[in-house]
Write a protein that binds this ligand. Structure first.
Ligand code: ADP
Length: 436
C-alpha cells in the first residue's frame, strides 16, 4: 500500500515537473515570437506614418502653404526617414531611403526659393521613393507576421492544453487519494473499535471469571449435599410422594451441578490435553453428535476441509466449541424458519501461520445491538430454560486457552459466520502441549 502511494506520488511529481518545464519552454518561445512581432509592428507603423507624412507634405505644397507648418512636416519626414534608414539592412531599401532623404533636403532648400514648380517636382520624387517602400514594407510585415501569429496561437494552445491536463490529473489524484485515505481511516477506526470492544470484553470476562469462580466453588459443596441427600431420599423415601419430590430435587440439583461445572470452565482457564486431531474427523464427529438436533430441524450440515488438515487441540473441548456453534446455528435457523444450511469449513492460512475454522449458516443473522453482547456470559435471547447464555463465553474461553481467537460476522437476514483462528505453529514443532 505504502509502495503504491509513493509510486503514484513520484509519478505525479515527475509528470508535473515535466509539464511545468514544457509550459515554461513554450512560454519562452511565445515571448520571443511576440517580441519579434512587436518589433515588426513598430517598423510597420513607422513606414505607414512616413507615407501619411508624405501625403500631408504633398498637400501642403499643393496648397502652397509655406512656413512653419511645412517645415515641421519636412523635419518630421527627415526624422522618420533617419529611423527607417537605421533599422534596415536591405540595399534596395537603403537606396530608396537615401534618395528620399536627399529629395527632402532639397525640398527644404526649395521652400526658401518659393519656386512652386520645383517644389512639385521634389514632392513627386519623394512620393515615388516613399510610397512603394511603405506599401512594400506593409506587405512584407504582413506576410511575416501572419505565420508568426499562427505559431504563437498554436504554442499558446499547447500551453493551455498542458495546463488543463495537469489540473485534471491533479484533481483526479487528489480525489483518488482522498477516497483511499477515507477508506483507510474508516477501516482503522473500525479495527480500533473492534479492538477496544475485545479489550473491554476480556477485562469484563476476567473480572466476571474471578467472581464466578468464587461463587461456583461456594455452591459446589452445598450442591453435592443436595444431590447426594436427594438421591438417598429417592432410594429410601418412605412413600411415593416423598420419592417423587426427592426425584424433582435431584433433577434440579444435577442441572445446577452441570451449570456450576460450566461456570468453572469459563472462570478458570481450562486445563487442556492437546493431541493432533484431524479436522475433518473432528467435524464428522461433531455433526454426528448433533445429528438428532439437525434432523428434527431438517437442516443439512456440510463439511469442507482437506483430508490431511490437523490441529493440536484438546479434542473434547474443541468438540464442545463446535457442537455449541452447530446447535446455536441449528436453533437460529429452526426458530426463525429462515435458512436451511450450515457449513463447517477449515483451511490453513499460510500468511498468518494459522488454521482457520468457520461455522456459517444462512439463518436469520444477528442484529448490531445483540452481536456486541453474544460473548458475554449469561447473555441469551432464548426462552427461559432453553439457553443459559454460557455457550459462546465458554467457547471463547476454550479457544483463547488454545492461544487462538474467535470472531463473529453477521448480516441481519443473511446469516452468521463464526471464525476460529488457531495457531498452526505448534503443529510444525510437533510437540503437543497440555498447558492452558
Ligand atoms: P445460548 O445458546 O444459551 O443462548 P450462547 O452464548 O451460546 O448462549 O449464545 C448467545 C446468543 O447468541 C444466543 O442466545 C443467540 O441469540 C445468539 N446466537 C448465537 N449463535 C447464533 C446464530 N448462529 N445465529 C443467530 N444467533 C446466534
Amino acid at each position: 500500500m505504502k509502495h503504491v502511494f509513493f509510486i503514484i506520488i513520484g509519478f505525479y511529481f515527475f509528470i508535473t515537473t515535466a509539464g511545468i518545464l514544457f509550459i515554461g519552454m513554450k512560454l519562452f518561445v511565445v515571448k520571443e515570437s511576440v517580441e519579434s512581432l512587436m518589433k515588426a509592428e513598430k517598423g510597420l507603423v513607422a513606414r505607414l506614418e512616413l507615407r501619411d507624412t508624405i501625403y500631408r507634405l504633398k498637400d501642403a505644397v499643393a496648397k502652397d502653404i509655406s512656413g512653419a507648418e511645412t517645415k515641421a512636416i519636412i523635419a518630421k519626414t527627415d526624422v522618420i526617414l533617419s529611423e527607417c534608414y537605421g533599422c534596415h539592412s536591405s540595399n534596395a531599401f537603403m537606396f530608396h531611403i537615401r534618395d528620399a532623404k536627399n529629395a527632402v533636403k532639397q525640398l527644404a532648400n526649395d521652400l526658401e526659393g518659393g519656386n512652386s514648380h520645383k517644389k512639385q517636382k521634389r514632392i513627386s520624387i519623394i512620393e515615388r521613393h516613399i510610397s512603394p517602400f511603405a506599401e512594400d514594407s506593409y506587405a512584407k510585415v504582413k506576410a511575416l507576421s501572419e505565420p508568426r501569429v499562427e505559431h504563437v496561437r498554436q504554442e499558446l494552445y499547447k500551453v493551455r492544453e498542458t495546463g488543463i491536463y495537469l489540473v485534471v490529473m491533479g484533481l483526479l489524484l487528489f480525489a483518488g487519494f482522498s477516497a483511499l485515505s477515507m477508506r483507510r481511516i474508516s477501516r482503522l477506526e473500525r479495527e480500533a473499535a473492534e479492538k477496544e470492544l475485545r479489550i473491554v470484553r476480556s477485562e469484563k470476562l476476567a473480572a466476571l471469571g474471578r467472581l464466578i469462580a468464587g461463587v461456583a466453588h461456594e455452591l459446589n459443596t452445598p450442591l453435592t449435599a443436595v444431590s447426594g441427600f436427594s438421591e438417598l431420599l429417592l432410594k429410601t423415601g418412605a412413600d411415593d410422594n416423598v420419592r417423587n419430590m426427592a426425584g424433582k430435587i435431584n433433577t434440579s440439583a444435577v442441572r445446577m451441578t452441570n451449570i456450576v461445572k460450566d461456570l468453572l470452565i469459563f472462570a478458570e482457564a481450562p486445563k487442556l490435553e492437546r493431541t493432533p486431531v484431524n479436522v475433518k474427523d473432528l467435524f464428522l464427529e461433531t455433526v454426528d453428535l448433533a445429528a438428532t438436533a439437525l434432523n428434527t430441524c431438517n437442516i443439512s450440515a456440510d463439511i469442507s476441509a482437506a483430508d490431511d488438515l490437523t490441529v493440536f487441540v484438546d479434542k473434547s473441548r474443541m468438540e464442545r466449541v463446535l457442537l455449541n456453534l452447530l446447535t446455536n446455528a441449528a436453533q437460529a435457523v429452526r426458530d426463525s424458519k429462515k435458512g436451511n444450511r450450515i457449513l463447517l469449513s477449515a483451511f490453513r492460512n499460510e500468511a498468518d501461520n494459522a488454521i482457520i475454522i468457520e461455522v456459517s449458516d444462512n439463518g436469520p443473522g444477528i442484529c448490531g445491538e445483540i452481536i456486541k453482547k453474544i460473548f458475554d456470559p449469561f447473555f441469551t435471547t432464548k426462552q427461559f430454560g432453553k439457553g443459559t447464555g454460557l455457550g459462546l463465553s465458554i467457547s471463547y474461553s476454550i479457544v483463547k486457552a488454545h492461544g487462538g481467537d474467535m470472531k463473529v460476522k453477521s448480516m441481519e437476514g443473511e446469516g452468521t459466520t463464526f471464525t476460529i483462528e488457531l495457531p498452526a505453529k505448534l503443529q510444525n514443532e510437533g510437540t503437543p502441549s497440555s498447558s492452558a
